[in-house]
Design a protein around this ligand. Structure first.
Ligand code: APR
Ligand code: ZN
Ligand code: ZN
Length: 361
């Protein structure tokens, strides 16, 4: 029997989101229904609402979530009803060219539920990032459920489902930050701060937070930045060079997603260093760089998709570190809100007032 629950739907481009009754089918083969306990509000949810991802309206928003598995379909063995799980949007297939070459964190054929959730009139919903967790319950592929220790609050655990994992992974997985490295992070929002946490965890000696908002720089310091630079008043490239013995940082993480900040990242990097782009650009953006500088400065220019994470490996590991007190995931939760508060949360996100608003159910 399908169930009817409340969910947050983006009906059309730039239209305000609405809380609607949605229909959640029973899980089919390889699927699970999850009772959502918490779901963070991510930039990507706003991009969906604005039509910036695609035009498959109506969307069921929300994708940074934790909850309890309620039921599973046939053939599901990795999770069972009652398990506390973080939802992920990288349920690896094991079969694509990336998986077959032993690099499943790039999986090109990730799994989602096959059945669709709908409105009560039968209109099919497109779940954000194949999750759709601003809802009391959601239907996902079982592989999208990563079991973790239920002792961690859902509002905290869920953050690993997207932004915080993207940031930590940008530093640890993509940037391969290691002991003694100098690191600069441009853009100290939720993702950038998580990159700072990751750099600190990996043993970076110097961590420079760059932002245009002093409030963000203050938080960046509390997350582990050893130095901060306000790039509205100070040239960030010069400042990063000065703070790194005149050379530039070994790893520069761009967590804004704009050509001008990418250019800063490119030139704030030491010779043979690494630039990691984890901020997500929009389609009209272009970048022009002297090719001779691209060659002459060496090193690597990388993008970080979802922090190049492997959920089954990284979520339980980061939950462990959180429980040991070696990272503080709770510091990312600015406020908890209800399903009816998503529009206000988008506005606060736009104003830069929050690291994360988290819907709790
Ligand atoms: N220079 C430096 N910092 C900037 C600039 C700039 N020109 N423009 C904006 N910022 C800062 C903001 O002040 C803010 O602190 O970048 C930060 C962006 O943070 P959030 O808005 O909280 O976004 P976040 O969730 O961290 O995501 C960052 O990663 O996943 C992507 O789509 C996401 O592109 C976005 C990026
Ligand atoms: Zn694959
Ligand atoms: Zn997200």
């Amino acid at each position: 029997m399908s169930q009817q629950v409340r969910g947050v739907v983006a009906p059309g481009r730039n239209e305000p989101v609405r809380v609607e009754t949605i229909v959640v089918p029973d899980p089919g083969p390889g699927e699970a229904v999850v009772q959502v306990q918490a779901c963070g509000v991510c930039h990507t949810d706003l991009h969906y609402k604005q039509g910036g991802i695609n035009d498959d309206f109506p969307f069921l928003l929300g994708h940074e979530a934790a909850g309890i598995v309620e039921s599973v379909g046939s053939g599901v063995t990795d999770v069972a009803p009652g398990d506390f799980v973080i939802l992920n949007w990288r349920a690896v297939c094991g079969n694509c060219r990336a998986c077959r070459r032993g690099r499943p964190w790039y999986c090109f054929d990730t799994h989602n539920a096959r059945q669709r959730m709908t409105l009560t009139d039968g209109t099919e919903l497109t779940p954000a990032l194949g999750i759709g967790a601003f809802a009391e319950k959601t239907l996902v592929a079982a592989g999208q459920c990563t079991k973790v220790d239920p002792a961690v609050a859902p509002s905290v655990a869920g953050l690993l489902g997207c932004g915080v994992m993207a940031g930590i992974g940008a530093a640890v997985n993509t940037g391969a930050v290691t002991r003694g490295d100098t690191v600069a992070v441009i853009g100290c929002g939720g993702v950038g701060d998580a990159a700072i946490v990751g750099a600190r965890l990996a043993g970076a000696a110097t961590i420079i937070g760059v932002d245009i908002d002093d409030r963000k720089l203050e938080t960046a310091r509390s997350m582990g930045a050893t130095h901060t630079v306000n790039s509205r008043s100070t040239d960030p490239v010069e400042a990063v060079r000065e703070l790194t013995g005149g050379f530039g940082a070994d790893v520069v993480i761009e967590a804004v997603g704009r050509p001008e900040t990418y250019r800063q990242a490119f030139y704030a990097r030491d010779l043979a260093g690494t630039v990691v782009l984890v901020g997500v650009p929009t389609p009209e953006m272009t970048l022009e760089l002297p090719l001779l500088d691209v060659f002459g400065r060496g090193g690597s220019l990388k993008s970080s998709w979802y922090g190049d994470c492997l959920p089954s490996r990284d979520f339980p590991m980061l939950i462990d570190l959180h429980q040991q007190g070696r990272i503080d995931l709770g510091a990312f939760v600015t406020e908890t809100i209800g399903l009816d508060d998503i529009e206000q949360a988008f506005a606060r996100m736009h104003e830069g007032d929050v690291l994360r608003s988290v819907v709790t159910l």
